[in-house]
Ligand binder design. Structure first.
Ligand code: SF4
Ligand code: SF4
Length: 374
């Protein structure tokens, strides 16, 4: 482990840029922390903190110098790896039919993602399984993911809606990163404990001015992460979660939630693991040109479950139940892991404050009451 002084963080940016990476990281914009292209450390939300609760997100600017003292915002890294819309192909009419048009692809620089939280890193690893781990590989995701450099940030400022500790996905990044950073500010000292997670990362770290971490600094980092674990705003009991949800398709809790749910799909748009898409064809008015696009879809949209001339999930209840049961139970059968990393976004960005942790706890309580009656 190595200590990088705050004043040397820019060296990391310079080294990555010199190696052909475009940098993407958090910026404070439009009242939220969002991810976008960045060039310098000063582009990041220095001194900003967030407050999150169900259906609530507020940013506050302080005079502090912290670089990463906030939790995740509405965007996740799927914005870059699995964008909300991308062109699959386009074609022009010809005398005998049509021909596909292939544009010259501009040369793409590799992305370096700066400030990836442990929960988000786990979400990327889950999407790797979905898009790259099966028989059919998603070539768009594969191209976006190839060569990405990941600078993870161990999270010391969890939000009121976070529960990564319950899901075993944070607050410390364990694998899947090139470099991880733990930010510490003690008195007048502002520094990062940096750890390499790959050869690429180790090679970069060697070139940043720094020194080996002292025992007391490592202990301070561990302590900050222990406190972070204890400060998580939410908890989710994962014991027998799959069996619990499979056995409760008829729980009255689904009706209660469905009475409030607007079926707006916000929870699936902000979720870093949700991956469903639809396909849209666009033909211009001349009829000479057509394009096929892939776009994010949601299990909350009616069209999404339209199969063979009919919709198989016509009620909001059936759509909410599908989302939560897939996320927390069926995903385990399908991909060998939960589909939830405990980032809390679906709770913060639900306009009516529906909370996945409360929903699961209610189903569990209901089941316990039923068991007690027997
Ligand atoms: S279900 Fe909610 S808490 Fe879980 S990963 Fe998705 S957005 Fe985050
Ligand atoms: S749970 Fe909330 S965010 Fe999700 S569809 Fe229902 S109202 Fe929208």
């Amino acid at each position: 482990m190595q200590i990088i002084e705050r004043t040397c963080l820019e060296n990391l940016f310079d080294l990555l840029k010199a190696r052909g990476y475009d940098l993407f990281g958090p910026v404070a914009r439009d009242g939220a922390i969002v991810y976008d292209q960045i060039d310098h450390v000063t582009d990041m939300p220095i001194g900003w903190h967030d407050r999150q609760e169900k259906g609530t997100y507020r940013l506050e600017k302080t005079s502090g110098s912290s670089v990463f003292a906030y939790a995740v915002g509405p965007y996740s890294w799927k914005k870059f790896l699995h964008p909300s819309a991308h062109l699959l192909w386009k074609a022009a009419r010809t005398e005998n039919g049509f021909e596909l048009i292939k544009d010259e692809e501009p040369e793409k620089r590799k992305p370096a993602f700066i400030g990836v939280r442990a929960c988000e890193l786990n979400a990327i690893l889950i999407q790797d399984k979905v898009f790259l781990g099966g028989q059919a590989v998603d070539s768009n995701y594969q191209a976006n993911r190839a060569g990405a450099f990941i600078v993870a940030v161990n999270c010391t400022h969890p939000a009121g809606t976070c529960f990564c500790t319950s899901m075993g996905t944070g607050p410390k990044a364990k694998n899947g990163f090139d470099i991880s950073l733990t930010e510490l500010i003690e008195g007048g000292n502002h520094y990062f404990i940096a750890e390499a997670g790959s050869e690429k990362g180790a090679d970069i770290l060697l070139q940043i001015p720094g020194r080996p971490a002292a025992e007391n600094e490592i202990a301070a980092g561990d302590d900050a992460l222990k406190q972070s674990s204890e400060k998580m705003g939410r908890k989710l009991d994962t014991e027998n979660i799959k069996e619990l949800l499979y056995a409760n398709a008829d729980s009255p809790v689904w009706d209660e939630v469905a009475n409030r749910c607007l079926s707006c799909g916000n929870c699936t748009m902000v979720c870093p693991t949700c991956f469903c898409t639809t396909v849209e064809d666009k033909t211009d008015l001349t009829g000479q040109h057509t394009e096929r696009w892939s776009k994010w879809d949601s299990c909350f949209s009616l069209d999404f479950s339209y199969i063979h001339g009919g919709n198989v999930r016509t009620s909001v209840k059936s759509r909410y139940r599908q989302w939560m049961t897939h996320k927390l139970a069926a995903w385990i059968d399908q991909f060998g892991t939960s589909g939830c990393v405990g980032c809390g976004r679906c709770i913060t960005w639900c306009p009516v404050g529906i909370d996945i942790t409360e929903g699961l706890a209610a189903i569990r309580n209901n089941q316990t009451e039923k068991n007690n009656e027997i």
